[in-house]
Ligand binder design. Sequence first.
Ligand code: PXG
Length: 288
Amino acid sequence: MKVYLNGRFVERSKAVLSVFDHGLLYGDGVFEGIRSYDGRIFKLAEHISRLYESAHTIMLKIPMSRAELADTVKQTVRTNKLRDAYIRLVVTRGEGDLGLDPRKCARPSVFVIADRIELYPKQLYAEGLTLVTVATQRNVPEALNPQIKSLNYLNNILAKLEAINAGFDEAILLSASGYVTEATGENLFIVRDRQLLTPPPYIGVLRGITRATVMGLAARQRLTVREELLTRHDLYNAEECFLTGTAAEIVPVVKIDGREIGAGKPGPVTKRLQQAFHRLTKTEGIRY
Ligand code: PXG
């Protein structure tokens, strides 16, 4: 495997950063997770834009243009001869001294990894997930806005640990006032009366690229799509529920906190959206 690192392609074992990199010392950096399907990178422009937005907010200047970065991503997948890939794009503050002042870091580090995707077991998509709401609350936007896709994912990891300790694969995080936000790396949707509902970004969820894609597909299937505050009660009494994310795609959810959702198996709306999503991934992406 060859990794792009600061202007060069290097072997995996040589793809190393300094222990003084503030990405490591402070989680000071931003990232994107992208996928390619059958030789096409899905939503590349959207991922690049979101990376630049995250970087802009933390005042991190990415040392290359958007076009150069997009080309680098394509080249990384090509170099590794992958047609179906999971791509990790990371920009860190770079090497500095001890002390969190970002001005001490001379230049950001940029790296791109393209690897095989580890698909979740097929069974999971066929049978659906069992989720649990956890005590760890989602970061409040006023403290650390979830729109910043930063290297600080401890909020999500703490929630994931809680779910694992309780014997579940995935967690649902609530806001400080108890509204539903999202899973640890996926957005959440429910179906009710031909309506597709998902929490609004201001409650503290990432505006997922898969989320936006699914909202578009749903509108084309003449479902009403709305961003709405959701409670746990709303989840328990939904007809269907699913999660969306670059890695997970669309995963049905069949049980939450011991309550069966709908018929307790993946529902028709979820299945139709999964089909439409898979068609789109095969036709829409940027060739490389
Ligand atoms: N919420 C959070 C908190 C995320 O981190 C999503 C929702 C879904 O967004 P997209 O744009 O992917 O539809 C994410 C995405 C990983 C990994 O390696 C995590 C994400 C994406 C890719 C990989 O765990 N998070």
